[in-house]
Design a protein around this ligand. Structure first.
Ligand SMILES: [Zn+2]
Ligand SMILES: [Zn+2]
Length: 138
């Protein structure tokens, strides 16, 4: 079977795809970076992402990626990210509190209307109107 060749987005090299989007060299580098970040955070609990990036010379974006991947789970680190809806800085998850509330409200509002009882299609007949009479004719 022909190898699935791809270009590494990190270094541009062509490599055989094996389940990871980056080449082995970059993968190794990423693991090294991860080890460095992890060590730094362990030694410096409470450091912000920006501080870690500066101290380790590793891209802030990459550190955030470690956090998003769940690889870097640290108690001390002040992890901030952005709300996917409004861009507000949040400490965890995908959305800020107010967007979560709004999304929750939107979601809830759908349910009662779907459950609303259907209007009766025909109203009970007014019997009086069934009786015809012609007025003004003999
Ligand atoms: Zn690469
Ligand atoms: Zn938001």
């Amino acid at each position: 079977m022909a190898p699935d060749l791809r270009n590494c987005p990190m270094c541009g090299r062509t490599f055989a795809y094996q389940g990871r989007n980056i080449c082995n060299k970059c993968l190794e580098k990423e693991d090294d970076d991860y080890a460095i970040v992890r060590r730094y955070v362990r030694d410096n609990p409470g450091a912000s992402v920006a501080e870690v990036a500066e101290a380790t010379e590793i891209d802030e974006e990459k550190i955030l990626q470690f956090l998003r991947d769940g690889r870097l789970v640290t108690k001390g680190m002040r992890y901030t990210t952005m709300c996917e809806r409004c861009g507000k800085t949040i400490s965890s998850g995908k959305f800020c509190d107010s967007c979560l509330k709004q999304l929750g409200a939107q979601f809830k509002s759908v349910i009662p209307s779907a459950r609303k009882a259907p209007e009766p299609e025909t109203k009970p007949r007014d019997k009086g109107k069934d009786r015809m009479h012609i007025i003004g004719e003999d």
